[in-house]
Structure formats: C-alpha cells, structure tokens
Write a protein that binds this ligand. Structure first.
Ligand SMILES: Nc1ncnc2c1ncn2[C@@H]1O[C@H](COP(=O)(O)OP(=O)(O)OP(=O)(O)O)[C@@H](O)[C@H]1O
Length: 384
C-alpha cells in the first residue's frame, strides 16, 4: 500500500515535470539516464520553437544533428537549504563560466519554480569513464585501458581542466564517475556541484569536497588548500585508474589513506616507465611539487597524442589528405592557454625538460581537435 502510494506520487511528480518542461520548450522523455543525491537526469528533446529562441542551444544541436538534451531536475523542495542556496547556484555559475569547450558538458539554460530547478545540459549518452574502464577491462580480460586510449582521454581531460582553471573555476570533484562520454567518444567533464571560483591565484580553500579515493592529501589532512593543485592530484588518480583498472589508494579511513599516499602508488608490471613517471609527477604529496597542467600536456608520455593530432590535422587541411567534415556552429574553444597556466615546479628530469621544448607545436593541433569526434565502445558497470 505504501509502495503503491509512493508510485502514484512519483507518477504525479513526473507528469508535472513533463508539463513544466513543455512550457519551457522541451519534450521530456521517460528515459532516466542518471540520478544524484537530489536530482534526476532525463533524456529530453528541444522543440524547434525553443531552438529559435536560444541561439546557444540551436548552434550546438545543429552541429550535432539531433535535438536531444539531458535535463537535470533538481528537487529544491526536498534538498537541504544549503544545497539550494550554495551548491546549486555554484554549479550553475561554474557551468556558465566554463561554456564553451568541447570537453566540458554544456549548460544551455536553466528554468525553475518553487519546487524544482531544471538544468538543460548537453547530452553525453555513452555513460561515464568508470563504466568504460570496467567494460573495457572485461572485454580485454585485462584490467585498465590500453595506454594509447588512456592518453587520448587524458589529453581531453587535461584540456577541459585547463579551460576550467583558466576560467577561474576549480572542479574539486574530479573522478571517473564525473567524466562522461558522448556518442562520438568525446570526453565531457560534468558534475560541477562542488566547483568553486579559484579567485586569486594563491587564495586557499578549506571545504572538504569530493570522494576520498580521489581527494588530495592536503584536504584529507584538513589543511587549507589550493583548488587547482588539488584537481591535479585527482587527475593523477584518474590516470592511474585508466591504465590499471584500479584506484591507487583504497582505504576507508583518512589515516589509512594518508599512510598509503605517503608510500606512493605501486604499478602493475608492463606499464610504461613514462606513464609511471607522469602519475608520480601528479601524485606528489607536496601540492607545489605536482606537475602543472602544461607540463602534463607536454610530458613525454603525452607526446604521441599530440603527434596523432598533428597528423590528423594535416590530413584535414584541403589538399593534404581526406577531407574532414567541419560542421558549422559546433566550434568550442579548447583554451589551453600556456601563458596563463600556473607555472609548475621544475622537475629536473631530462624527460620533462625535453617535453617543455616540444610543447609549442601541438597547440594548433589541439585547437583544431575541438571539432573532432571519436569512437569507443562503451557499456555500463561499476568498480569491481
Ligand atoms: N549531460 C549528461 N548527459 C548524460 N548523462 C548525464 C548528464 N549529466 C548527468 N548525467 C547522469 O546523471 C547522473 C547524475 O548527474 P550528476 O552527477 O550531475 O548529479 P548529482 O546530483 O550532482 O550527482 P551526485 O549526487 O552523485 O553528485 C550522472 O552520474 C550521469 O550518469
């Protein structure tokens, strides 16, 4: 009886949501594609009428050649007041600040009433990175992704995070579950629920955010921290997860985690020394000792990704190979502004010194990469 009553209420709420979306120019489908603590995410379709009134939406969807969007419905009536007052506005303002980048999920618009806030988002229909790692591991019968694929994904992720940092936003919850993939295999950084303005270059934050497994040691130690440097630690954890299919430090208690972090990551046999070097460069206990984003992008292990981009870009130049289709209206910046990236420590290693010299030429290729979609086979599961 109780369950039946609950079901009825849910159905009524869903019908209300359908009407509220329709009033705002979207056709809400019953396909639920995800849920969070106070939100549900549904597949929806933008109406032609809505596209006529929203140029942001229209230009992006025209390029994608479909009208599908993801609508995140946040139940503000049920969420704690602090969530609606603090975290939700931050999520929206961070998404507005990071518009528009190929590897950051796009917020097209929001609408709200006294009970709900609706976020109309770019659809990333192929699940998250965690599901992808697990599915690929099962398919290969070997944990983790091929280094080549991990490199390609890290390249996109570094570009997305650099764009956020250059836009004054720190994500603070970088983890495989918050990295989505679209139908072209393109990575989309999402869930800016813990994001914040990085403010002044050296200003420090104090709120504990994120998931323990991806959280930087200085946060676990309750120290004031630099959000950009904390994001770099999480990038190291994500890279480790991609190439090994495991988390580098797995322990429920913060003390246990800190003990493992001090010992440093251990690597599976066969992982290239360059990849190990990059992971170690990110998983540095001292925040200032971590590689900066530009050093990650020009690290020796990353160069084949830059090289691949360079070759495909040459192919795309008229008369230099097969023509790539450029769809109008899909351009999003890849702002990987080397000049404004935080200067990192000099690592001293010969590899990194060489990488810095090699870093100039890939910039043009990276910018052109903004148009490129790629394919991966993705199925869904959680960490084993
Ligand atoms: N743009 C999108 N395209 C496709 N799926 C999405 C999109 N945004 C969110 N999702 C799905 O919905 C889930 C919940 O979304 P999101 O993480 O933004 O919500 P949340 O309330 O912040 O979640 P949490 O409470 O876990 O932090 C995601 O894990 C993902 O599976």
């Amino acid at each position: 009886m109780k369950a039946a009553g609950r079901k009825k209420l849910d159905q009524r709420a869903f019908l209300e949501q359908v009407h509220e979306c329709r009033d705002n120019g979207y056709l809400l489908s019953s396909k639920k594609i995800g849920s969070g603590a106070f939100s549900k995410v549904y597949l929806a379709y933008a109406t032609q009428e809505r596209m006529r009134h929203n140029s942001k939406l229209a230009s992006d969807l025209r390029g994608k050649r479909h009208t599908m969007v993801a609508i995140k419905i946040v139940s503000t009536a049920e969420a704690p007041a602090e969530f609606s007052r603090k975290f939700l506005p931050r999520e929206i303002s961070s998404l507005n600040a990071t518009y528009k980048h190929l590897n950051v999920v796009q917020l097209y618009e929001t609408f709200a009433n006294s009970r709900r806030t609706y976020l109309v988002l770019e659809l990333a229909a192929h699940g998250d990175l965690l599901e992808h790692i697990n599915a690929t591991s099962a398919h290969r019968r070997c944990p983790g992704l091929e280094e080549e694929e991990a490199r390609r994904l890290l390249w996109q992720l570094v570009s997305a995070v650099a764009h956020c940092h250059n836009s004054g936003i720190v994500h603070r919850d970088l983890k495989c579950e918050n990295i989505l993939l679209d139908d072209r295999g393109c990575l989309k950084l999402s869930d800016f629920g813990f994001a914040n303005r990085s403010g002044l270059k050296n200003s420090l934050l104090s709120t504990f955010c994120g998931s323990v497994a991806y959280t930087a040691p200085e946060i676990l130690m309750s120290k004031k921290y630099n959000g950009e440097q904390a994001d770099l630690w999480s990038l190291g954890v994500i890279l480790y997860a991609m190439v090994t299919g495991k988390l580098p430090f797995k322990e429920c208690q913060p003390h246990g985690m800190l003990y493992l972090m001090r010992r440093g990551p251990t690597f599976r046999p066969g992982l290239s020394p360059e990849c190990q070097d990059l992971i170690r460069g990110l998983l540095q206990l001292r925040p200032r000792a971590r590689l900066a984003l530009q050093q990650v992008a020009t690290h020796h292990w990353m160069l084949p990704a830059a090289h691949a981009l360079f070759c495909t870009t040459l192919c795309a130049i008229p008369g230099r190979g097969p023509q790539k289709r450029k769809t109008p209206g899909t351009h999003k910046e890849l702002s990987f502004d080397l000049s404004s990236s935080r200067a990192g420590p000099s690592s001293g290693g010969s590899t990194r010194t060489e990488d810095k010299r090699a870093g100039g030429w890939w910039w043009g290729a990276l910018q052109r990469e903004a148009w490129k979609g790629r394919e991966t086979g993705i199925h869904g599961r959680r960490w084993h």
